[in-house]
Design a protein. Structure first.
Length: 271
C-alpha cells in the first residue's frame, strides 16, 4: 500500500478516534491520535491479519499494552473492516467497546489490557508459544514511554532477549508525555534505545509519523535474527489536532462541541 493510501486511512482513523471520545465524553484522545500512523501501518501494510484468519491462530498478533488508547485500536479495526461493533457505543453501558480492550468480547483484540506493563509481558508469552509451535507468525506490542516506567516492561524485555524471540517486536510510543506531564519529570525512563540494547534487544529509532521510516524499521525488525527488536517511535501526542498536540492535558480529556468541530475541520483538511 502506498503512503497516500496509508495517509487516507490514518486520517479516517483519527476522525473516528476524536468522534468516539466526543460522543462518549470520555476517553484518551492524545495517545490514540499519536499512535494512529503506527497502527495504520501495522494493520494495512505489515501484519498478516484479515477477516478470513481473524479468529484463527494462523496470523500475526498485536497487543496494545497501553490499553487506555483503545480508541486507536477500535478505529483501525473498524477502518480495516474487522470490527462488528458500532463505534458510537464506545464506553457506553453494556457495550463491548469499553475504555480498555476486552479480548473476550471483541474479535481482533488479542489481549485484554489496561494494567500497564502486563500487555507486553503477555505478548512475549505469545511469541514464545509461536516459537514452541514452530509457526511463522509474528507478535507486535505497543508500549507507552510513560508505561515503560513499569518494571514489568523490562522483565519482559529480558525474557524476550533470553529466549531469542526474533519473532517479537516491541514498539515504544515515545511522545514524551504522560498523564502527569513530561515523562522525564515523573520518573525519567529515557534513553529508551540504549536501555533496550542493554537488555539484549536490537533497537532502532524512527519518526512515528513517517510511513517510509515506520516501514523501514518494521522491515529491519523482520530481518533481524536471533534477537527481538525494539522500535523507538518518536511521536506527537494529539497528532493532527493543533490544540491537542504536545499537550498532556489531552491525555484523558474529551473535547466540547466547539473543540470537536475544530478538530474535525483540521482532520478533514478543511482548516
Amino acid at each position: 500500500m502506498d503512503n497516500n493510501e496509508l495517509r487516507k486511512h490514518a486520517a479516517n482513523v483519527r476522525q473516528k478516534i476524536v468522534t468516539m471520545v466526543y460522543d462518549a465524553q470520555s476517553g484518551h484522545p492524545g495517545g490514540s491520535l499519536g499512535a494512529a500512523d503506527i497502527l495504520t501501518t501495522l494493520y494495512f501494510e505489515e501484519m498478516d491479519i484479515n477477516e478470513a484468519n481473524l479468529k484463527t491462530t494462523k496470523r500475526d498478533r498485536f497487543v496494545l499494552s497501553k490499553g487506555h488508547t483503545s480508541p486507536a485500536l477500535y478505529a483501525v479495526l473498524d477502518e480495516k473492516g474487522l470490527l462488528k461493533e458500532d463505534l458510537k457505543s464506545f464506553r457506553q453501558l453494556d457495550s463491548n467497546l469499553q475504555g480498555h480492550p476486552n479480548m473476550n468480547e471483541v474479535p481482533g483484540v488479542d489481549m485484554s489490557t489496561g494494567s500497564l506493563g502486563q500487555g507486553v509481558s503477555t505478548a512475549v508469552g505469545m511469541a514464545i508459544a509461536n516459537k514452541l509451535d514452530k509457526v511463522p507468525y509474528r507478535v507486535y506490542a505497543l508500549v507507552g514511554d510513560g508505561e515503560s516506567e513499569e518494571g514489568i516492561v523490562w522483565e519482559a524485555m529480558m525474557a524476550a532477549a533470553h529466549y531469542q524471540l526474533d519473532n517479537f517486536c516491541v514498539i515504544f510510543d515515545q511522545n514524551g508525555l504522560q498523564i502527569d506531564g513530561n515523562v522525564q519529570d515523573v520518573i525519567g525512563p529515557l534513553p529508551l534505545k540504549e536501555k533496550a540494547e542493554a537488555f539484549g534487544l536490537h533497537a532502532v529509532e524512527c519518526d512515528g509519523h513517517d510511513y517510509d521510516a515506520i516501514k523501514a524499521a518494521l522491515k529491519e525488525a523482520r530481518e533481524t535474527k536471533g534477537q527481538p527488536t525494539a522500535i523507538i517511535a518518536h511521536t506527537v501526542k494529539g497528532k493532527g489536532v493543533s490544540f491537542m498536540e504536545n499537550n498532556y492535558a489531552w491525555h484523558g480529556s474529551a473535547p466540547n462541541t466547539e473543540q470537536y468541530e475544530q478538530a474535525m475541520k483540521e482532520l478533514k483538511g478543511e482548516d
